[in-house]
Design a protein around this ligand. Structure first.
Ligand SMILES: Cc1cc2nc3c(=O)[nH]c(=O)nc-3n(C[C@H](O)[C@H](O)[C@H](O)COP(=O)(O)OP(=O)(O)OC[C@H]3O[C@@H](n4cnc5c(N)ncnc54)[C@H](O)[C@@H]3O)c2cc1C
Length: 422
């Protein structure tokens, strides 16, 4: 099953609200014939584009090969949430890796947010950043946990941007009273994800080729159907769409699909913050600039997209029953990548070949940061790449044949727990 082609029209963006409202970028020609470069990057999402931008700034001659279009993958389709920290909470990271590495990872994540702001400002990217992510809890135990975690971040990490929020204020912020409270992180925020990707592409001096699927690596020579790039270094930035291109990464990084809809305009529904809740199958949402509700959620574990509207409408109406009659104007899916421990997978896959992926739904800032870290590694400053590559990354059980059914089983179990309110 090839996720580069199975759910989408080749060479076209999905029918998303993002694609409908993006600041367009002229198409880049496919690679034809042979060329040479210092670095060849496979994939033009945040990871690949940020690597390209930072390498070109350092004077490297860079070619980017993208199977479809710039920002066509998860980077052009996601919930746009620029979250704080890593995908795992600091308590977990401290237990897993010790205080020292946990602190490095927190600092790296804070730097990732700063990097995003700098790139947006420096290159005048119309990403429409707005501050605020509300974390909406379903139980009082979760509300207590959120309060304790906010205190911990302030005390141990000097991060004081998270305010506890009670049930009444949460209802006020979100326009729904289904949550018991939670917190509001003013140091986090949200963006137009496709405009961010297109802006990074516009900013880089790298040579970009779209509609250029990489079919094979031969050392650091990268082959497409119609040409090849002979490079000194290769960066794999394929995330959920890697397929079988590199077996060691594929064994540790699992693609899963996720879905978003945009309703007709519903002005005044909620405050201009983004929100996510504490379900295992997480719901995440916000208002668009033109007052639509952009709502992501729903379960599906086959590689083929299901009926997206049906899949997302169900959780949407649990949060906003008043939207039962609201029209859905856009519906799209995307493929992200998760790892066993939900931390990114950085790997030296062969001599001269680096890879970073598996941001586990927390990649808007971290993938952009990963691109910068890989650029540093190519330039001979590998300290931060090595720190990330040291994180334990286990193979998914079942190998490439069984991992998907086993994951489906596990996810269905957790989805059931959500439904039972456990
Ligand atoms: C629906 C959805 C919602 C999400 N919401 C959030 C969110 O709110 N906040 C957050 O932080 N993260 C979120 N994420 C995750 C986030 O989008 C990703 O972590 C991030 O975009 C990863 O960037 P990337 O560049 O590594 O991968 P991608 O953007 O997927 O880019 C990979 C690119 O590689 C190309 N490619 C793959 N194989 C080949 C090949 N063989 N040859 C050439 N090109 C190839 C693909 O075409 C693709 O364009 C979400 C993801 C999805 C799908």
């Amino acid at each position: 099953m090839n996720l580069l082609t199975v759910n989408d029209q080749p060479g076209a963006y999905p029918p998303s609200w993002y694609a409908a409202t993006a600041t367009p970028l002229p198409a880049f020609a496919p690679l034809q014939g042979a060329t040479r470069a210092d670095v060849c990057i496979v994939g033009a999402g945040y990871t690949g584009l940020s690597a390209a931008l930072h390498l070109a700034e350092r004077g490297f001659d860079v070619v980017v090969l993208e199977a479809q279009r710039v920002g066509w993958g998860a980077s052009g389709r996601n919930g746009g949430q620029v979250g704080s920290g890593q995908r795992r909470e600091q308590d977990d990271l401290e237990a897993m890796l010790g205080m020292n590495d946990a602190r490095h990872l927190w600092n790296l994540a804070e730097e990732a947010k700063t990097l995003l702001h700098d790139l947006i400002a420096r290159h005048d990217i119309p990403a429409g950043y707005r501050p605020g992510i509300a974390h909406a809890c379903r139980t009082t135990a979760e509300v207590d946990h959120a309060r304790r975690y906010a205190e911990k971040l302030a005390k141990d990490y000097g991060y004081d941007q998270v305010q506890p929020v009670d049930a009444a204020r949460m209802a006020d912020l979100l326009g729904t009273d289904v949550y018991k409270g939670g917190d509001l992180d003013q140091g986090a925020g949200h963006v137009h994800p496709l405009n961010l990707a297109l802006g990074l592409a516009r900013a880089t001096r790298a040579r970009i080729h779209e509609r250029s699927t990489v079919t094979r690596l031969d050392g650091t020579t990268v082959h497409t159907e119609n040409g090849h790039v002979q490079a000194d270094h290769v960066i794999l930035a394929c995330n959920g769409y890697l397929g079988a291109l590199e077996g060691g990464v594929a064994a540790r990084v699992m693609p899963i699909n996720n879905f978003i809809v945009a309703t007709e305009p519903v002005p005044g529904l909620m405050a201009p913050v983004a929100a996510c809740d504490t379900r295992f199958v997480v719901n995440y949402w916000r208002m668009s600039d033109d007052n639509r509700l952009l709502f992501g959620g729903g379960e599906s574990y086959g590689y083929r997209f299901p009926d997206i509207i049906k899949t997302v409408r169900k959780p949407l109406l649990k949060v906003y029953p008043q939207l039962a009659d609201a029209r859905i104007d856009y519906a799209w899916g995307g493929t992200l990548a998760i790892t066993m421990n939900r931390m990114p997978c950085f790997r030296r896959v062969a001599r001269g070949v680096l890879s970073a992926s598996g941001y586990s739904g927390h990649g808007v800032a971290m993938a952009t940061m990963a691109g910068k870290i890989m650029a540093e590694a190519v330039a001979g400053e590998a300290g931060r790449f090595d720190l990330m590559a040291r994180l334990p990354q286990h193979r998914f059980p079942g190998g490439s044949a069984l991992r998907s059914p086993l994951l489906a089983l596990a996810m269905t179990w957790y989805g059931l727990r959500d439904r039972l309110g456990l």
